[in-house]
Design a protein around this ligand. Structure first.
Ligand code: FUL
Ligand code: CA
Length: 638
């Protein structure tokens, strides 16, 4: 039987559904409103920023998704340094690390006896290594929490799609839950089913995920061994996907969702008043791909870009989950490490001094001294300002010490009482006049408002404009932002990445195809979507005949309305632009969601060619327009 979440809760299997803290024993505290976080969810909210680490076979094959037939001997980091990885994450303020213990290709980074497709059969430490354990130990030593990603989809396992695989998958969960201390998060990827190696069958296997995995029982299994681990799951038990991989939460982004299967559009903004406390994790990668690729060395997010990501994740009450892919050495590339430190330094400096220190708080209404306005200034999340039950709109004023310009305003709702505030505004009294600084829906775990320029105010007012219950505000704080130290971008040091500088477009289905060649993923070529028998085609002249082993295609990183990357491709090559030969074709796996560069080797190895012709017969998702950000090529097969 497959349980839905409601049955699960009724059956008592989901301890997570219980309100976290017994609601404050203190007489007179308001009753919680709507869904509330569990104890483990509350602990998870406090993490705010943590790292994802994608490291596996794909690091060594230059792929984003492995097929499952890769030899374990390919996994061979030359200088794996868990302490360097942890230090880089910590320098960016990360409070935890989640490692891909097993990605879709099925290769296990821990020495399990459940399969031969694991690190025991790799050259790393002569098969005696344990990447999960080594990273876990390093994380703990640095005071960071640890979690694991375990792909439910396993393109290596012969029994995938059949009951025997579920047995294997559950045993993997138990191993990971019992060998590596306390886990703060257990990440189940939603990508599921499709073609794969499957023990040599090399076929397509589709599954009905809810009935195949029986998620309630999987989540109960995690909690049996790891009561404090929040599951990133498709069920509605603990943490939800924010609906994109760009690091952008909706504004507002409610931590509540309706009790029905995940809907992507709802995932981005959440649903006000939804029955489930199912908060969003806003994940993205510091590079275009999830795994390391040397042709992305010049495309690392800048510190300024990471600050914008902070503003669209943490500042909207969600948790930031930033992927840091180690390179083939097994270290965070030096450039990425510099950027992380610059970003982390800026965040630490920005939030170091609360400028409300010495301010005096008053409110239009208070529930008594235990819930006085001053509770928003005491630096204690457990105390809060609230009003009598029937007062759902109210205002709170801070008299500020003079001469303290601020441009960051941080407001926190007291989560154990649920989401009570629907809409709020912030005003400042400057030179004797009040001006409205911001209006938003949703405060939740926290709302950080960044002003376009610093304001020096005599008073600050928080106006609760709309609410479903009396507000419970645990903090109002003010800060002055510090900009990150810029880190200049680098050019890839890999000589097998060909320069597109001398390339030109010979012909294309739509104008503007030069945007494919400018090495800028922000400029995007679009063409009317292909129709049956009429593919979108682009022909490129590389200027001179040269040895080419394959090409790469970068989709638009921006989510574009009505546009989609191609579903698959066909490539032909020519020396003279007249006689053409096929050089490969196939699907572009995961392109619509991962939006990352695909590296496509020519069939039969490198060839001496001058012209490339690419055809796209279908869009990856239904759309009126086909969009591609870039094309480049390489001389060594990836
Ligand atoms: C996706 C996966 O398919 C990607 O490879 C990556 O692991 C990302 C975090 O989740 O669903
Ligand atoms: Ca407080």
């Amino acid at each position: 039987m497959t349980l839905d979440r409601r049955t699960l809760i009724a059956s008592g299997l989901a301890a997570s559904a219980m309100p976290a803290l017994p609601v404050r024993a203190q007489v007179g505290a308001p009753k919680p409103w709507g869904a509330t976080p569990s104890k483990r969810q509350l602990a998870w909210h406090r993490h705010e920023q943590y790292a994802f680490v994608h490291f596996s076979i794909n690091t060594f094959t230059d792929k984003e998704w492995g097929f499952g037939d890769e030899s374990p001997t390919l996994f061979n980091p030359t200088d794996f340094d868990p302490h360097q990885i942890v230090a880089a994450a910590k320098s960016a303020n990360m409070r935890g690390i989640i490692l891909t213990a097993k990605h879709h290709d099925g290769f296990c980074l821990w020495p399990t006896m459940l399969t031969e497709h694991c690190i025991r059969n790799s050259p790393y430490k002569n098969g005696k290594g344990d990447i999960v354990g080594e990273l876990e130990q390093a994380a703990r030593r640095a005071g960071l929490s640890f979690g694991v990603y375990l792909s439910p989809w396993d393109r290596n396992h012969p029994e995938y799609g059949r009951p025997a695989y579920i047995d294997y998958f559950r045993k993997q969960i138990v191993e990971l839950c019992t060998r590596y201390g306390e886990l703060f998060e257990f990440w189940f990827d939603g990508a599921n089913g499709g073609d794969g190696y499957y023990g040599g069958a090399r076929e397509t296997r589709r599954i009905d995920a809810p009935s195949y995995y029986n998620w309630p029982s999987i989540i109960a299994l995690v909690h049996q061994y790891q009561p404090m681990a929040c599951t990133f799951d498709p069920l509605g038990a603990e943490i939800r996907w924010v609906g994109n991989e760009d690091g952008i939460a909706g504004d507002p982004c409610w931590p509540t969702m309706p009790n029905h299967p995940y809907v992507q559009s709802e995932g981005n903004s959440g649903v006000r008043g939804g029955a489930l406390w199912w908060p969003a994790e806003t994940n993205t990668s510091i590079r275009p791909g999830w795994f390391y690729h040397s042709d992305e060395d010049s495309k690392v997010r800048s510190p300024e870009n990471l600050i914008r990501y902070f503003d669209t994740s943490v500042a909207r009450g969600t948790n930031m989950h930033l992927n840091l892919p180690p390179d083939r050495r097994g270290r965070i590339p030096d450039q990425d490490a510099k950027i992380l430190k610059s970003f982390g330094d800026a965040i630490r400096a920005s939030f170091a001094t609360d400028l409300t220190k010495g301010a005096v708080a008053h409110a239009s209404s208070e529930r008594g001294s235990a819930f006085a306005a001053a509770k928003v200034l005491d630096g204690n999340r457990e105390t809060y300002w609230t009003t009598p039950d029937d007062v759902t709109t109210a205002s709170l004023v801070l008299d500020l010490p003079p001469g303290r310009p601020f441009d960051l305003i941080r407001i926190r709702e007291h989560l154990p009482l649920g989401i009570r505030v629907t809409k709020f505004a912030v005003d400042a009294e400057v030179g004797g006049t009040w001006q409205e600084l911001a209006v938003h829906e949703c405060i939740s775990a926290q709302r950080i408002i960044r002003l376009p320029k610093p304001v020096t105010a005599r008073r600050l007012q928080l106006r609760i404009v709309e609410g479903t219950a009396c507000p419970a505000i645990s903090e109002v704080a003010l800060f002055r932002s510090v900009a990150p130290v810029p880190v200049p971008a680098i050019i890839s040091s890999d000589p097998t990445i060909l320069s597109t500088a001398a390339w030109r477009i010979v012909s294309a289905s739509a104008p503007g195809a030069e945007k494919l060649l400018d090495n800028d993923a922000k400029t995007i070529w679009t063409a009317p979507a292909p129709t049956a028998g009429k593919p979108v085609v682009v022909t490129i002249d590389m200027g001179t005949e040269q040895s080419v082993a394959g090409f790469s295609l970068t989709p638009s990183r921006q989510v574009m309305d009505g546009a989609s990357p191609p579903k698959g491709y066909m490539v032909e090559v020519s020396r003279d632009g007249r006689v053409w030969q096929p050089a490969g074709g196939g699907e572009l796996p995961n392109i619509a969601y991962a939006l990352s560069t695909q590296r496509l080797n020519f069939t039969g190895g490198a060839r001496s060619v001058r012209y490339l012709r690419l055809s796209f017969a279908e869009t990856a998702v239904p759309a009126a327009t086909l969009a591609i950000a870039g094309i480049s090529a390489f001389s060594r097969p990836r």
